[in-house]
Design a protein around this ligand. Structure first.
Ligand SMILES: N[C@@H](CCC(=O)N[C@@H](CS)C(=O)NCC(=O)O)C(=O)O
Length: 205
């Protein structure tokens, strides 16, 4: 059985949704950030980077990083596109989310990672916030005229939901103004698996 290590509302939500979509039994283990469990020796054995998500496979092998976990789950559960071009597009989107959108947010939420000098924090946070918001607009544009990022529902769509929910929760943005992105959110909310994962993490979006 697969085990997902997650924290409510974190980027691990994408894998959580995909596991709910799978219909297979799995275990979801919460990593309590308020107790810095992500940096405990026991957790660092699973993910030496000290972050969620981590996925432990049936044979005990840990897989870490969304860039690895989401393609793995997508291929295993039929939420991954067929063919080299579609696959390249999927990897390109996952790379963009993981290496541009998420780090922009980290400059806002985890500013202490980027400077040892607290007097620089506000400027770094402001730049992170602006960059993150600019990426949200770009994501909205990518979705114009489309139901899903790719030709069919895939792991990319729940991953995009993570940043939508952060826009609401951490930045209190009027996310409804991103009409295409909001339509994607609404389509996702129609899926029982998405609802179950959100409920399990005590989230509405
Ligand atoms: N590159 C990693 C980033 C994971 C990451 O930063 N996760 C955050 C939650 S969204 C985390 O675990 N933060 C805990 C910490 O920084 O201590 C991935 O995409 O899997």
């Amino acid at each position: 059985m697969l085990t997902l290590y997650y924290s409510p509302g974190a980027c691990s939500l994408a894998a959580h949704i995909v596991l709910e979509e799978s219909g297979e039994p799995y275990e979801a283990r919460r990593v309590d950030f308020t107790k810095t469990e992500q940096r405990s020796a026991a957790y660092l054995d699973i993910n030496p980077f000290g972050r969620v998500p981590a996925l432990v496979l049936d044979d005990g092998t840990p897989v870490v990083e969304n860039t690895a976990i989401l393609p793995y789950l997508g291929k295993r559960f039929g939420l991954w596109p067929a063919g080299p071009v579609a696959e390249a597009k999927a990897l390109s989107l996952i790379g963009f989310f993981a290496s541009s959108v998420h780090p922009a947010h980290a400059h806002f939420r985890r500013v202490e990672r980027y400077s040892a000098d607290p007097s620089t924090f506000p400027a770094i946070q402001e730049m992170g916030r602006k960059t993150f918001i600019a990426y949200l607009a770009q994501v909205d544009g990518m979705l114009a005229g489309r139901d899903w990022f790719l030709d069919a529902y895939s792991v990319i769509d729940p991953y995009a939901l993570v940043f939508y929910s952060w826009g609401l929760r951490h930045y209190e943005l009027p996310m409804g103004e991103y009409e295409n992105y909001t339509a994607l959110r609404d389509r996702l909310l129609e899926r029982p698996a998405v609802r179950r994962a959100l409920d399990a993490e005590d989230l509405t979006t």
